[in-house]
Design a protein around this ligand. Sequence first.
Ligand SMILES: *[C@@H]1O[C@H](CO)[C@@H](O)[C@H](O)[C@H]1NC(C)=O
Ligand SMILES: *[C@@H]1O[C@H](CO)[C@@H](O)[C@H](O)[C@H]1NC(C)=O
Ligand SMILES: *[C@@H]1O[C@H](CO)[C@@H](O)[C@H](O)[C@H]1NC(C)=O
Length: 532
Amino acid sequence: MAAGWLRLLAVLMLLLQPAAAVWPRPQVQRSPRGGGRCLLPPGRFRFGHAAGSAVGPGCTVLEAAFQRYRALLFGAARPTENEPVPSTENPPQALPCTQLLVFVATPDCDGFPNLDSKESYKLSVSEGSLLLSADAVWGALRGLETFSQLVGRDQNGAYYINKTEIEDFPRFPHRGLLLDTSRHYLPLRAILETLDVMAYNKFNVFHWHIVDDPSFPYESSTFPELSKQGAFNAMSHVYTAGDVQAVIEYARLRGIRVIAEFDTPGHTLSWGPGAPGLLTPCYSGKHPSGTYGPINPILNRTYQFVTSLFQEVSSVFPDFFLHLGGDEVDFTCWKSNPEIRAFMKQMGFDEDYRKLESFYIQRLLDIVSSLGKGSILWQEVFDNGVKLRPDSVIHVWKTSKPYMEEMADVTKAGYQALLSTPWYLNRISYGQDWMAAYQVEPLKFKGSAKQKDLVIGGEACMWGEYVDVTNLTPRLWPRAGAVAERLWSNASVRNLQDAYMRLAAFRCQLLGRGVQAQPLYVGYCENEFGGF
Ligand SMILES: *[C@@H]1O[C@H](CO)[C@@H](O)[C@H](O)[C@H]1NC(C)=O
Ligand SMILES: *[C@@H]1O[C@H](CO)[C@@H](O)[C@H](O)[C@H]1NC(C)=O
Ligand SMILES: *[C@@H]1O[C@H](CO)[C@@H](O)[C@H](O)[C@H]1NC(C)=O
């Protein structure tokens, strides 16, 4: 291993200026034999709509993207009409490309992306012309990102792009990143910046694990006491309705879905103070001990509360899916409570508390489905035999059993699956731990082609026990890029040395964009102080 690294390092030293390579790697990229390139004069360069495109200047998603990418490419340089073309110092084959034309086949610009959104695109850089075409605006966004990563600067400081043809599409439709805003509150700015970097990586789902045991930062209009009593600080450490809308719109403009998780019946301690009677009182012998357990599943008013809360949540978050959690329900408190035990007897549940959990989850699933929403649940819900709805998605995260066996079992039972077990990026170790995440193959389990089709993707997770705004960005990037490429690129793209080169170059681009991404290993970037 050490010798391998020395060799790799030697190769690296030779490559002082690695060619711009796209991360995650496109499905198909052809570069013409003769080479050749296009100059991009920053003053005159513009993004435009191709003739016949179904969208035009009224398309906010694209117009906003044009502005972002102009700023990323050329910084503050404003378009001017009379900028001289720096032709004398450049090779004769370098023609200027003054515009990137975007063709989109379908007109929707005002909607939200969803699981079925088309993200494929084609990018053609040829003699004096740049064309990006896509079925939908979401694909055009992915293509603009690819374009921006391909632009380089030569010794004279001129912007250029090498001739190339790219045909690209994602391997999996659900490529998510989980942030946990309960263990530590993340300021709105940190969430928005993370959405930017997600878009650079072509991630398309922000899984917002918004509340949990330690704090309840979501300001509910129906139950304002939940955050008043349950946030770390009810003034400064909360997400107002305006904050939530800002996150949803910022994400939409980048082709990212926002899936909120309100995890129940466990992981709800912070809900208790603002919702008296919701949690189960734990007993010590014959008397309440003063501590609380999971949501009390035996009371009718519990379901009234849950219905009202999820009514609100399903109208606030436009995505079809809600994440309902359902993980790590601790039965000790339920077992200690005499009323719960009496209910168990009455229902004929014997001593099987998984049946009580199922009783709760099934009612929750009915409530959420009657609100017109789909459900994603952590794997315990499946493991504990809860009767699910056919369109439920099971989120695999546990290590107690090999996760590939779980993927096989979930899909064999006919459910859609998401993988996260090998992608808990909050866990760190000395060395290049991104490699383990990169080498995962999500479909490497025993099962039919039909089973493999049920794997809709996966999510990188950044749990917040040891992560707040101070260390979020370097811990996430570029490590989460490993997951991004695994979920976007062809399964055959798995050469570690090639990935190392491209990921190291991409990380340098991130620094150039002001993202404090940590290094992979020994080396340097030209612009490594760009973020300061
Ligand atoms: C363009 O191609 C040349 C020749 O292959 C290469 O040296 C250079 O790094 C490439 N530039 C970019 C920005 O990819
Ligand atoms: C709870 O509601 C059910 C019907 O939904 C009813 O049969 C039962 O009596 C109610 N229990 C209490 C304690 O109100
Ligand atoms: C993707 O990889 C498979 C092998 O895993 C290969 O057969 C296929 O041709 C590749 N597709 C593309 C577009 O490169």
